[in-house]
Ligand binder design. Sequence first.
Ligand code: CMC
Length: 429
Amino acid sequence: MSEKATLTYSGKSYEFPVQVGSENELGMDISQLRAQTGLITLDEGYANTGSCDSKITYIDGERGILRYRGYTIEELVEYSSFTETAYLLIFGELPTPIQLQEFHELLTRHQFIHENMRHHFQGFPASAPPMAILSAMINTAGCFQPELVQPADESSFMETAAILMSKVRTIAAASYKTSIGEPIVYPRFDLNYTANFLHMMFCMPNKTCHPEPEIVRALDQIFILHADHEQNCSTSTVRMVGSSQANLYASAAAGICALWGPLHGGANVAVIKMLERIHEDGQPLDQFIEGVKRHDAGVRLMGFGHRVYKNYDPRAKFIKKTCHTVLNKLGIHDPLLELAVKLEEVAVKDPYFVERKLYPNVDFYSGIILRAIGIPVDMFTVMFAIGRMPGWIANWREVHTGSQLKIYRPRQIYSGSLLRSYEAIEKRK
Ligand code: CMC
């Protein structure tokens, strides 16, 4: 018999079913709570709220575990490619060689954006934030792709997923080229997903260049590490927007906006700016850390802490290692890496961080790699968005292929004014 949780309120007891996940996480099903008791739950920031039942990604924050569809992040980052991992996330299984080839061909076939879209880039001021451009252009791309998406039909959805994944990378590179006044570079047919992105970012129409295989692989791995992370702010946004039956492009564009903020994907920009500031001011690290602990002007140690991880973020472990590999390969000595390592050493021993279980997260070291590759700082969060696209697509699809599509619509406790009468403007003081 399944377990039940008992709630006592106003002298009466109520029972609610307990749902057990495949990794034994427990959730109390309160879908009948209001109907039975008149109560709703209040959980600002949703720290204790399960918004859905999902089969895509598993995180154990206490033990620092991250798995996509049952596969550990460590195995995927070591043996898989971003394209293969994206397929796994969206369709639930690792592809066969034929399926992977088909997916790769679709990504290549759909890599161009509509020629009319090229003019849209000129409409943005040179100072426009790349995340604003990306979000707007993903919605625009949806206008050029009005066909009905069939989430349950694997083969047609494979094409839909490939169109979005392929175009997000082309749009990102085109927005960068436009912002620096260089001609947009067309994608190539002979390069893999990530090499093609680097080609569009750093080559010229009349000058080919050859990104180093080690650098292509490092960026591919960064994309794998960012590909999904269960119900984070942007993915929940994609699911919420998608639950109103908004199309995939509109939902992904909303996800991009949610990712933008410095407490979420924008943290990778905030980390580099923080490290640059400390480096330029020559501020002693102890002094900086004391300021963080006093919450001076709301300053936080960016790239530290996580709502779910109360242990070292497994993605950060890998990124820290890759930092050294990439910098060595490129022969770069970056003082910010040394600074970050020292900052981590100081923070992880400090009782403030230990008690609050604050460890480096995925954003702490990723910016140092991106900077070394030549990605400009204001494009860092765009890199996160390219990596996260498969997770958003998988979650959007899960919402639309579940047993019943239910609109996400939380409730609230109203604490505003009681009923009052409208007063004509002449009478107001
Ligand atoms: N520096 C200093 N103190 C911190 C930090 C930090 N980075 N993170 C949390 N705290 C403190 C916070 O002040 C609070 O202390 P107190 O109990 O004394 O008030 C306590 O730890 C709990 O913090 P919280 O804000 O209630 O925790 P949260 O789960 O709501 O926030 C977080 C999670 C990621 C927003 C937060 O840790 C943070 O702001 N980190 C810095 C931004 C960052 O690196 N974000 C990237 C997250 S990973 C990428 C992603 O998935 O988005």
